[in-house]
Design a binder for this molecule. Sequence first.
Ligand code: AMP
Ligand code: GLY
Length: 427
Amino acid sequence: MNILLLGSGGREHALAWKLAQSPLCDTLWAAPGNPGIASLANCTGLDATDHAAVIRFCEAERIGLVVIGPEAPLVDGLSDSLRGAGFSVFGPSQAAAQLEGSKGFTKDLCARAGIPTGGYERVTSEAAGLAALERFGAPVVIKADGLAAGKGVTVAMTMAEAEDAVREIFAGRFGEAGAEAVIEEFLEGEEASFFAITDGSTVVPFASAQDHKRVGDGDTGPNTGGMGAYSPARVLTPELEALSLTRIIVPTVRAMANEGTPYSGVLFLGIMLTSEGPQLIEYNCRFGDPECQVMLMRLESDLVELLLACAENRLSSIAAPRFSNETALTVVMAANGYPGTPEKGGSIAGIETAEAGGAKVFHAGTALVDGQLVASGGRVLNVTATGASVTDAQAKAYAALDAIDFPTGFSRRDIGWREVAREADHA
Ligand code: AMP
Ligand code: GLY
């Protein structure tokens, strides 16, 4: 079967790598792809916002499965357009993608379905937002309602910070995404991510991971899209995983189906492990980046079979995905300036040497200019390795990273630190 993958980041390079391994995959297309993906797929310059053009392409190339990587085309309804034209799509409908596209929608759904999450208020003006802050007190969390490229959330430790965040949202910093906001109770605990695949009725647990959102070592500095991750996240014990499934994921999938907007695709759950059990921080309607990279390094079963069964509403008919017991860990190499304005054009060399020892280097923000690989985005490479423990995978990932010559880039040196510390305690 011919497959079209949409997206251009490290997540999509990992997806392409795994899709291309499947005996079910004939020709793999990617739009727009990146130089790493180009070694596995035919890249094409399709514009994902032009739904008619994507449909024409799928007809011309006889595409049997479309895999949508990022959230923007999902929230924009591309999967509805493609399904309407008769294509199988991995990714939720526009109505179901509201689980990521509107924080207020998700909080209301949690309230209706009794799903554990922080207390909240939805507000549509600065005055209402400031009044709500008085009721919550600090610390408190302020979220722009819509998609804000990961920048719409402020965890405010003081009332002054909280008030600034409310004022910024209603001054228009996030445009339409900030027409509404959610004021939310501050939750305390360790964060983890859990992923499930669902076709709207059957729910299949996928894997867990832990991301590192702050730019600096020791989780300091501004928030980013994620500077590194590892999988599995052992802090999410089998017991906590089961609780997350029964108390959060399954009731969400049931509620979405009952309300006429069944959710089909991957459900990415951000969880706070509080003293009262796992609580939902947020949903995303896609794989995490870079969480996807580490989970797919561990996936032993056929990704095409899984995503196709999901797209065709027959997840109950296939075997559960199988994962290696090893840990996978990825370190993001970012361009200087990230998460502000990243420096573009810096040369990159040494990827083959880095991969010689078994590591895998996924391209996240690279371009080929006159045959030279250069940086073209904030997050540039994901250096990924597996090992018997987080400590072992971390050592292998950094050994590979140190073989890469990227003078205008930087990375955190402590990815996996929480688990490395726990492993040292248990040694
Ligand atoms: P999000 O963009 O929703 O992933 O939020 C970004 C980050 O803000 C999360 O990864 C958490 O670290 C933090 N956060 C979000 N909501 C809360 C909350 N209710 N309590 C504490 N931290 C939160
Ligand atoms: N790494 C976090 C995300 O993909 O949203």
